[in-house]
Design a protein around this ligand. Structure first.
Ligand SMILES: [Zn+2]
Length: 418
């Protein structure tokens, strides 16, 4: 079992992975074929219990931490080494699908089952994690379990979060029996991989099986206000107007143009516009609009923002109207570790799957893990790019392919004994 050829020919059992996904999807199944399994409900407990039962059957050791994150560990030869970890979440949106999150956890279990089938021992231990409340639909913030684990916010802050009925995270965790002993984060990680459906249309559009995720887009949000002067639409000649909307529109268009000037990952959106006084026969005196800029690095997002601000300064000087741009939020870009990104790409090449570099426009638990250990993600296509919807769908062959890539990327990092 030790030759490189034998390891290279190793494949997961796609049918078993599919069966497990379908079995877990029964818990909280909706009539439309989706899943509603909100975090820390009785159904979440049933889901957790089922997954842990499978892990125990696969010979894994279970640890639960104080925020209810679950760690399922397969011993390695050298258990002093930090584990090579994979994971995701098994909570869903109220109108969620079968694959978002669940796939990442069950792909990890399938990797372990495959190693067991073939009697393969790894140098470092392998761990599969499920993170509490990734979705954030019952309790905010989103990515709660991994966020507490990575110390992005405190356990006390997470415990105090309440749902619409006033129930707290702490009480609900205790009620379903998932407050563990381990302090969150008191748990070394050697490397972290997460498999996930893409939740976007790029892979399907490119007819590609594996997305080698380079990172998660950074985001800057601004509010922009252009201030002119209201006046009657009839008596005021064109040369004497201070029309805020006419100054705002080229700036709005430049938000989109700035994204086009920074391909391939630039995104620019003006999603909200308010015109004052918003009256047919009044020259707009004030326009307020939102700016959403995203790109794969913080530097690129900053460049886009600088370009928009430079145009604002020029338009203001030309028109004599005041333009204010105020930043309201900022989320840093997360670039995944080159070693993990390369391990995913190498595995996809080796296995003969079509693959391409992609970025994630959505947040994932891996974003927090990337602050703690080299991390990477594997995307597979989902039908029409749709998720957070009961019609979310993924093909068995894609689910199998992503899991095979996970297996080989994890083996590369964990090292095979022999
Ligand atoms: Zn997810």
């Amino acid at each position: 079992m030790n030759t490189a050829t034998t390891i290279d020919s190793l494949r997961i059992n796609g049918e078993r992975l599919w069966d497990s996904l379908m079995q877990l999807a029964q818990i909280g199944a909706t009539p439309k074929g989706g899943v509603c399994r909100l975090t820390l409900t009785d159904l979440d407990k049933q889901g957790r219990d089922l997954v842990i039962g499978w892990a125990i059957d696969a010979g894994m050791r279970i640890t639960i931490d104080q925020i209810g994150n679950g760690f399922m560990r397969r011993a390695g030869r050298n258990n002093a080494l930090p584990p090579i970890m994979t994971g995701s979440h098994i909570d869903t949106q109220p109108t969620g699908g079968k694959f978002d999150g669940n796939y990442g956890v069950l792909a990890g279990i399938e990797v372990v089952r495959t190693l067991n089938d073939h009697g393969i021992e790894t140098e470092a231990p392998i761990e599969v994690a499920f993170w509490t409340n990734e979705e954030g639909s019952r309790f905010v913030p989103v990515m709660m379990g991994s966020g507490v684990f990575a110390k992005a916010f405190t356990l006390a802050h997470a415990y105090a979060a309440t749902d619409t009925e006033g129930k707290t995270v702490k009480d609900e965790l205790a009620r379903i029996g998932y407050i563990g002993e381990q302090e969150p984060g008191d748990h070394p990680i050697g490397a972290y991989f997460e498999t996930h459906i893409e939740q976007g249309p790029v892979l399907e559009d490119n007819d590609t099986t594996i997305g080698v995720v380079q990172g998660v887009l950074g985001i800057r949000w601004f509010d922009c206000t252009v201030t002119g002067m209201e006046a009657h639409a009839g008596p005021t000649p064109m040369a004497l107007r201070k029309d805020a909307l006419q100054v705002a529109t080229p700036l709005m268009q430049d938000v989109v143009a700035a994204a086009r000037r920074h391909p391939p990952h630039g995104r620019g959106t003006v999603g909200m516009v308010q015109v004052f006084p918003n009256s047919r026969n009044v020259i707009p005196g004030r326009v307020k609009f939102s700016i959403d800029l995203r790109n794969s690095t913080d530097e690129l997002v900053d460049e886009m923002a600088d370009e928009v601000k430079a145009l604002a300064a020029r338009l203001s000087a030309e028109s004599g109207l005041g333009i204010q741009i105020e930043q309201v939020s900022s989320y840093p870009a997360q670039v995944f570790h080159p070693d993990c990104v390369d391990a995913v790409a190498r595995a996809a090449h080796k296995l003969g799957y079509s693959n391409m570099p992609v970025v994630s426009g959505a947040g994932h638990d891996a974003v927090y893990m990337a602050n703690l250990a080299p991390s990477g993600m594997i995307f597979i296509p989902c039908k029409d790019g749709i998720s957070h919807n009961e019609i979310e769908d993924a093909k068995p062959e894609h689910l199998t392919a992503g899991c095979n890539v996970l297996l080989h990327a994890m083996l590369e990092r964990a090292g095979v004994v022999g």
